[in-house]
Design a protein around this ligand. Structure first.
Ligand SMILES: C[S@@+](CC[C@H](N)C(=O)[O-])C[C@H]1O[C@@H](n2cnc3c(N)ncnc32)[C@H](O)[C@@H]1O
Length: 258
């Protein structure tokens, strides 16, 4: 299944990542068979938008979205810490999906829903301004120049997130790949819907307390890499003007360097 390239007449975006890893243990296979269908979010067959309140089968005070949750540690920790928030996780790597399902079962988490495919296929089904926070953590950096267009942070995906996020909502991004960090800063700060309120180095070098460690982050820190944590805000719709971004010392928009 790896690669999932488009077929003639297929306008699905191309998927470049892995869909499967090692063979899953029996317990994980059972989670995929029995629990995933109960938690799966699916775009309406008739097209149109999902009713987010109905997605959770229970009342939630807000809905958050994580794109590429990997094995789901961060998503599960957020779900535990915010039991009244509904969290939709998107991940096309089935071993990762099974990992999140294990956390859901262990923690008896009732506020998690899963889209087990490319997040871009879900975006059209989500309503305008329905998401209160979005996470894109340690997204694949695709370091080779000829692969940069595979990066999740792109004008198209930022437009989609700008539509989905509520006014004032946070978009969180983290990476240990400084060139991808700079790429992201350039694109997000150039986008009219987003601001970057960071003012000092601490704002991007220190992971806030309500932001849980991911598996990729732990690996990066373990090999001594520096991680950068970016919090962007969705500007209120209808707000005018985009003041130039400055960090302490009055610099123009500066992407953190290693
Ligand atoms: C480098 S891993 C990081 C996983 C996790 N966030 C972490 O920090 O441990 C990136 C993950 O994002 C997933 N991913 C990338 N693009 C995606 C997309 N458009 N929709 C859903 N998942 C995506 C990949 O399958 C991969 O598992």
């Amino acid at each position: 299944m790896t690669g999932g390239g488009p077929q003639p007449g297929d306008d699905r975006p191309r998927w470049y990542g892995r869909r499967r890893g090692h063979r899953l243990r029996k317990g994980r296979q059972e989670l995929l068979r029995d629990l995933l269908p109960r938690l799966r979010v699916a775009p309406p067959e008739s097209g149109g938008r999902l009713d987010l309140a109905a997605v959770f089968h229970r009342s939630v005070t807000d809905v958050w979205l994580e794109v590429g949750f990997g094995a789901g540690e961060h998503l599960a920790a957020q779900a535990r810490a915010h039991p009244h928030v509904g969290i939709i996780g998107c991940e096309a790597y089935i071993n990762g999906v099974a990992g999140l399902l294990a956390h859901v079962r262990e923690g008896n988490l009732t506020n998690v829903r899963i889209f087990d495919d490319d997040a871009r296929l879900l975006f059209d089904a989500l309503p305008d301004a329905g998401i209160g926070r979005a996470f894109v953590l340690f997204s694949d950096p695709w370091p080779k120049k000829r692969h940069h267009r595979r990066r999740f942070v792109s004008p198209e995906n930022l437009d989609a997130l700008a539509r989905l996020l509520k006014d004032g909502a946070e978009l969180r991004f983290a990476s240990d790949h400084m060139e991808y960090v700079r790429w992201t800063l350039e694109r997000v700060t150039a986008h009219p819907a987003f601001s970057w309120p960071a003012r000092t180095r601490r704002d991007w070098l220190q992971r806030p307390e309500d932001w849980f460690e991911t598996r990729y982050e732990a690996k990066a820190l373990g090999r001594g890499a520096r991680c950068v944590y970016l919090r962007f805000l969705r500007r209120p719709r209808g707000s005018r003007g985009r003041p130039p971004h400055t960090v302490s010392g009055g610099h123009p928009p500066v992407a953190p360097r290693g």
